[in-house]
Design a protein around this ligand. Sequence first.
Ligand SMILES: *[C@@H]1O[C@H](CO)[C@@H](O)[C@H](O)[C@H]1NC(C)=O
Ligand SMILES: *[C@@H]1O[C@H](CO)[C@@H](O)[C@H](O)[C@H]1NC(C)=O
Ligand SMILES: [Zn+2]
Ligand SMILES: [Zn+2]
Length: 436
Amino acid sequence: MDFFKRVSLLLFIVSILFDSTSGSSVLLERAQELEFTDWMIGIRRRLHENPELGYEEFETSKLIRKELDSMGIEYKHPFAVTGIVGFIGTGKAPFVGLRADMDALPIQESVEWEHKSKVPGKMHACGHDAHVTMLLGAAKILQERKSEIQGTVVLIFQPAEEGGGGAKRMIDEGAVQNIDAIFGFHITGAFPVGTVASRPGPIMAGSGFFEAVITGKGGHAAIPQHTIDPIIAASNVVVSLQHLISREADPLDSQVLTVAKFQGGGAFNVIPDSVTIGGTFRAFSKESFMQLRQRIEEVIVRQASVQRCNATVDFLSYTHPFSPPTTNNPFLHTHFQKVASDIVGPANVIEVQPVMGSEDFAFFSDAVPATHYYFVGMRTDSDGHSTSVHSPFFTINEAALSYGAALHASLALNYLSEFGVNLSNTVNVDAAYDEL
Ligand SMILES: *[C@@H]1O[C@H](CO)[C@@H](O)[C@H](O)[C@H]1NC(C)=O
Ligand SMILES: *[C@@H]1O[C@H](CO)[C@@H](O)[C@H](O)[C@H]1NC(C)=O
Ligand SMILES: [Zn+2]
Ligand SMILES: [Zn+2]
């Protein structure tokens, strides 16, 4: 008994010592030093001027590798065409992952400023330029504290978050092998700069797409008896689909089904041969999601047949892979709350409601034992109604960069020091990336 008491006292002292040298707030102070923020802002603006779409992030990838080289951080490249996986620490288990996405959107920037996108029709309108910068900032902080890292931090720069399934391809190509836990983030104008937000459990919905072709028999619009009208059939399909959420889903289990596309016909006096409809569906559990998917297909095919039409349903799984729900491991969320409270103060750690939007980060939940996703606030008092992501008027508050960098770094560093010992019992201690 006495022995154990002494051991725990020793551990307590060690933890105090540890806190005093690398407590999370120290990491934020480092990230907020003028020379550090200038460096981050410079990177973010260069990225912003040269946006690249999914799987085309060649210059972005080159810039990241140049920065990693100058910091002396080892990495592997390419994963998923342009992706990069960097390593800081012992090169041995346990491994903890930090992720940033790199792609821009096919949007023409409408913000007039010095560092406006130089590429017509492309813009970093979702803040992934800030995400790359924050992960590089975290890398710099971690590299400076390399000797304290009790395991390996894996830096994951992934392509094609915006519907291209970049995370899935990174996983398929081995980017997360042996990783025990992974953290992802997104910048948001919904909360003030200096705050962070997350929740345990589901935080973003799973998402899927569908497209259906409803086929009848075209003909003269004034002689309907000689036709099989797909417009009427498709209209009934759209109405019947509405009942899946209103009548079949549990009202307390949030789901969405939207028909966003309806195409058919082109003349006032011609009944077309076919109509194409399409849309998206969202749910927070795999079960609800698969149930909805099955019913969408049944309702489209059977409702179309009521009006003598045939229908085929395509879930576009090759071009638009299903994205699972993004679910936060409760244990990692507790860790996040603790680390984030140290950095921004408990009052600035916000618990959010889940949103129906989806995140490619969700793919990591199938491949990594524990995942956690959070939001980094960037709103200032002056932009009370900050423009939303995917808008041509979207702007980044660069004051938020330091928070994302410090938090990502601190989540990884503290995760390894607090839980690493236990993890090494459960994973193969020799498990290491081939080249380390
Ligand atoms: C529907 O499919 C059946 C079986 O292939 C075919 O006989 C029928 O003509 C089709 N109906 C229409 C409206 O395309
Ligand atoms: C580590 O493992 C021990 C023994 O299984 C357990 O009592 C302890 O709670 C674990 N610590 C953490 C931080 O998971
Ligand atoms: Zn986006
Ligand atoms: Zn985004």
